[in-house]
Design a protein around this ligand. Structure first.
Ligand code: WTA
Length: 646
């Protein structure tokens, strides 16, 4: 572990919203008096009806209930758009950079207001009402932000599905929240390649049913199939609609969005976030952690299909009246200088990306970075998976010219916003550590029995109390919410992550301790990949684990037992990889497949994943206790045929 310390530069301590002394004082207060602390912070957004209550939370087993600002009313789109019109109507809200470097445009707050109002009215004209669910399946174009904000304006609940997901995955998510309306585009464009979003949507709806309206944005102008009466050309609908749409007064605890995410068991779950606490937390963390000041150009490279795009491309930055850059493309198109060319073109000051992108660019060498200026950059950020110290130092030295602090931000879809992170004017940095808790966040490390570990220790990461951005439930399944997050360690929120705390109180996330794999910063449940594999006619059984991957962080390693009489070869490997790609999406495709005549099981028939993980890591010297195996012989065969020999 690297223990190199990068201390806070003096000019940062002076200029930043928070310095070390303020961090200590405010953190202490936020823990001692959450009502007082968050009662004040909550005023940063505009309320239609001010709240009188702040926190009302129970983590008690069987009775988990999370409420913040529960008697207040507000509208998220009014906060992200309307309230800026008087002071910054002509300021750029969204700076859009297309896949093709020749494509870009700037949308001011005034234009954003008009676009959101028109789409909100178009949704209404198709019968969308407060509480209805709308599925958004769009590429990274400004319409994605308009769609989110238009839903928020009328109180509809959006569910964004990442454009890389398959028709089947989309169908499951449409069905899961019973959306009647889908907003999509004819095609997406990424790295010069087209993504058939409308065709995927048609296939999904054929499977899911219940959809009566599909808004189709014209992105490439491709010829797409058209269902009269159901399909609506987005451009026509907004042109016909009025730009004036009164924002709906929403209770703080009314739902804002659902976002499906993978867990260790079963199908992806619909993480539900509500209105007031989420917005307060997203905007507050965005301002303090990225030290956003008026006039800064801020760029988060995530996709709006993930939570990072929700909180830190759209809601947090726009609530703060920021200029947020939205990028349609990929880091290596047309060349691996693209990120830095975009930074120079738009004079980006704050840049937030994922370790997997950094490692990929690192492998391309320094030249592609060094030939750009990057002098506008002031702060760098990282999210999605642990950043290895080598990648951290490269990011710091090569991208940031040893001038820009790096905020390594730990959080989850469930947390709504960042929980463990440096504040750039307050926290000395240790490469590879997400450092310290944000205000109001009470991390604890526990052992397998739930005993709280003090001081320097390593264990499972739990959060002992609520914060305003926390998810409220699994959509339609509160029992699953309680079981997943509050039953392992009663009265605590269980994150699913392992973590070490050092003698300075710094937190080092070590990765998932459950059956979730983090592939290129994206979560994938092993159970999902397994059920896809066993749905193939030649597969009898499958077990999936993660293994260390140089670029992706973790790769997907699948052990597959074939139906008797079927011979496993490279052609079948390719077939199975293509099968999972098509079934779930490219991010779920196994990197390695090992055909295994048998899987290691206990006498009661439970697959021993610990052993499979060790073999996939090529660490079978440390298999641990194998005495409970029903047939120890299978392990030798697995080791002999492993696909990941170092
Ligand atoms: C991992 C993404 C280490 C972690 C915002 C978590 C991280 C999961 C970090 C959530 C980080 C995220 N350091 N690990 N800075 N950020 N993770 O829901 O395992 O897509 O539980 O949310 O990503 O992934 P999710």
């Amino acid at each position: 572990m690297s223990e190199k310390l990068h201390t806070v530069p003096a000019e940062w301590a002076k200029r930043a919203h928070v310095d070390a002394a303020k961090y200590d004082a405010d953190y202490a207060r936020s823990i001692q008096d959450p009502d007082g602390f968050w009662g004040e912070v909550g005023k940063r957004v505009d309320w239609i009806t001010p709240y009188t209550k702040v926190k009302n939370v129970s983590y008690a087993p069987g009775n988990v209930s999370i409420k913040w600002y529960e008697d207040g009313a507000l509208n998220v789109s009014a906060n992200c758009v309307d309230r800026h019109l008087a002071t910054r109507g002509d300021q750029v809200a969204i700076l859009w950079e297309g896949d093709d470097p020749k494509d870009s445009k700037a949308i001011t707050y005034r234009e954003l207001h008009e676009q959101v109002g028109r789409l909100a009215n178009a949704l209404k004209s198709r019968g969308v009402k407060k509480g209805d669910r709308v599925t958004i399946y769009l590429p990274m174009i400004p319409e994605a932000a308009y769609a989110m904000l238009a839903c928020a304006r009328i109180g509809a609940v959006h569910s964004i599905v990442f454009g890389g997901f398959s028709p089947d995955s989309l169908a499951g998510r449409i069905e899961g929240c019973e959306s009647k309306v889908v907003i999509t585009a004819d095609e997406g464009l990424r790295g010069g390649r087209k993504v058939p979003l409308k065709a995927n949507t048609d296939a999904a709806i054929a499977k899911a049913g219940g959809v009566d309206t599909v808004f189709v944005v014209t992105r490439t102008g491709a010829d797409v199939a058209w269902t009269e009466g159901r399909d609506v050309r987005y451009e026509d609908a907004v042109a016909e609609a009025s730009p004036d749409c009164e924002p709906e007064a929403m209770n703080a605890e009314d739902p804002l969005f659902i976002l499906y995410t993978s867990g260790s068991t079963g199908k992806p779950k619909g993480v539900l976030h509500t209105t007031g606490g989420y917005l307060v937390y997203a905007s507050y963390t965005h301002q303090l952690i990225f030290d956003y000041h008026d006039g800064d150009i801020y760029w988060c490279t995530a996709d709006v299909g993930w939570v990072t795009g929700h909180s830190y491309i759209v809601y947090g930055p726009l609530a703060n009246g920021a200029t947020t850059l939205m990028f349609e493309g990929v880091p290596n198109y047309p060349s691996s200088s693209r990120f830095w060319e975009v930074v120079d073109k738009h004079k980006v000051n704050i840049f937030y990306t994922a370790p997997t992108a950094i490692r990929a660019l690192m492998s391309g060498g320094e030249e592609a970075v060094k030939k750009t200026s990057r002098e506008s950059l002031r702060l760098l950020g990282s999210v999605g998976e642990p950043i290895n110290p080598e990648a951290w130092e490269w990011y710091y030295r090569v991208v940031g010219d040893s001038r820009c602090p790096i905020v390594d931000t730990w959080w989850q879809t469930e947390t709504g916003g960042i929980l463990i992170t440096p504040l750039p004017g307050a926290t000395d940095l240790k490469p590879g550590s997400a450092t310290k808790p944000f205000f109001g966040v009470r991390p604890e490390l526990v052992d397998a029995e739930g005993k709280v570990l003090e001081g320097a220790a390593e264990g499972n990461l739990v959060i002992a109390d609520s914060w305003p951005g926390q998810m409220r439930t699994v959509y339609g399944d509160h029992k699953r919410f309680e079981e997943t997050y509050f039953s392992t360690y009663p009265n605590k929120y269980f994150t699913g992550d392992g973590c070490r705390r050092d003698a300075d109180g710094y937190y080092w996330i070590t990765g998932r301790v459950d059956d979730v794999i983090n592939v290129s910063g994206h979560r994938m449940g092993t159970a999902e990949v397994e059920s896809s594999l066993v749905a193939h006619e030649k597969v009898s059984e499958a077990a999936v684990v993660g293994y260390p991957h140089d670029i992706k962080g973790q790769g997907i390693y699948a052990y597959v037992t074939l139906m008797s009489g079927v011979e496993g070869d490279d052609a079948l490997r390719k077939e199975l990889i293509a099968w999972v790609r098509k079934d779930i999406g490219p991010i779920a495709a196994p990197d390695l497949i090992q055909f295994a005549p048998g899987l290691p099981k206990t006498r009661s028939g439970k697959i021993m994943r610990r052993i499979l993980r060790k073999i996939a890591e090529d660490e079978f010297g440390a298999l641990g206790d194998t005495s409970t195996l029903a047939d120890p012989g299978v392990v030798d065969d697995l080791i002999d045929h492993r696909q990941n020999k170092k």
